[in-house]
Design a protein around this ligand. Structure first.
Ligand code: CP3
Length: 340
């Protein structure tokens, strides 16, 4: 059976855009919250193939999305570099903050063993998903994962990570290299286990001056794409340099990805006219309008579909779905897209 998302990623312009949503397995679903409550903590949840498989399938069963995204988190990779990661309810991820000295002593561990349960989840999903549903594996891009590692969690302006780049460039480069190496092995494992597509999340690509965008976003992404290709993996790779603005252009030219995921702050007309015409695009509905629903939602869905109608396009949000989204809004969205 053919998978519409793979068709679009190979350059086909579909009759109606395929659709899936970032964070589609999540707290807005009662069935997700039920499984989540049986896990000791979020990391255990991600590393329990039976539970991770179950919640990955939930939004497919409920809404019939065209893709399933592996249930895991971008902050599992630091564990493969020997770092502790934990999630505090209401506060998000926590790690032990990293200094330049810590980085000097770090090394890549046995990725395939430490993150092996994720490979097992992918293998289960590739057997259980409907034949027309694309399975997306993913990882964080090195810069975004590095920001969480250096800051010890989320932060408003990534100040310590940005300082480290200027004050200890060799330490920053070493951290990016270690993350790239671990991420290549992690993604190769996912592709070998059955992922049809890989996606790289660079959630903190915004606000970087040119040398930083080149060194922190483009080069490490290119390195991962080249490393995955060198291992003989030829699945499409979607890059998501969130908030990159006009830097999306250089990224499209040089990062080596197959397709671009666009966030909702990027000007749609600019994207249509400036980004390479054959390059498949994904996005870019504002998560807030999905929360709002109604005619505002319909209008935005129509605007986005018509703007990208001449090119290969996958409908998605510009960032993850929020826990407060009513299920009927998601139903309304899917119905409207499938009716186009
Ligand atoms: O459905 C999917 O999209 C697949 C699973 C997925 C999760 N996280 C599950 C998750 C994916 C692709 C991610 C990516 C991720 N994780 C990113 C990149 C995308 C983005 O949002 O910018 C980032 C930055 C993270 C790190 C992370 N994980 C944070 C900051 C948080 C806390 C914020 C929050 O929403 O609570 C998480 C937790 C997390 N990851 C949840 C889920 C479903 C919620 C935790 C829970 O259920 O208790």
């Amino acid at each position: 059976m053919s998978k519409i998302i793979l068709d679009v990623l190979s350059g086909v312009i579909p009759e109606r855009p395929p659709v899936w949503l970032m964070r589609q397995a999540g707290r807005y679903l009662p069935e997700y919250r039920e499984v989540r409550a049986t896990a000791r903590n979020f990391i255990d949840f991600c590393l329990t193939p039976e539970k991770a498989t179950a919640v990955t399938l939930q939004p497919i069963e409920r809404f019939g999305f065209d893709a399933a995204i592996l249930f895991a988190d971008i902050l599992l990779v630091p564990m493969a570099l020997g770092r502790r990661v934990w999630f505090e309810t209401g506060e998000g991820p926590k790690l032990d903050p990293l200094s330049a000295e810590d980085i000097a002593g770090m090394s890549v561990g046995d990725v395939e063993t430490i993150l092996g349960p994720v490979g097992e989840t992918v293998a289960r999903l590739s057997k259980q998903l409907p034949g027309e549903t694309t399975l997306i594996g993913f990882a964080g891009s090195p810069w975004t994962v590095a920001t969480y590692m250096i800051e010890g969690g989320g932060s408003k302006d990534r100040w310590n990570a940005r300082r480290l780049y200027w004050e200890h460039p060799e330490a920053m480069q070493r951290l990016l290299d270690l993350l790239s190496e671990a991420t290549i092995r992690y993604l190769v494992m996912q592709a070998r286990a059955g992922a049809d597509v890989l996606k790289l999340f660079d959630s903190w690509a915004e606000g970087l001056p040119p040398p930083m965008f080149e060194d922190l976003v483009i080069r490490p992404t290119r390195k991962i794409v080249d490393g995955v290709r060198a291992a003989g993996i030829d699945v499409p790779i979607i890059g998501f340099p969130k908030g990159a603005g006009p830097n999306y252009l250089g990224y499209a030219d040089r990062a080596g990805v197959t397709a671009l995921a666009l966030d909702h702050s990027l000007n749609t007309e600019w994207a249509v006219s400036e980004l390479p015409s054959g390059m498949p695009l994904q996005g870019q509905l504002d998560p807030a309008v999905l929360r709002a629903g109604g005619h505002a939602l319909d209008g935005e869905v129509d605007r986005i579909i018509s703007a990208y109608s001449g090119r290969p396009h996958i409908f998605n949000l510009g960032h993850g779905i929020t826990p407060d989204v009513p299920i009927e809004n998601v139903q309304r969205l899917v119905k409207r897209i499938k009716g186009h």
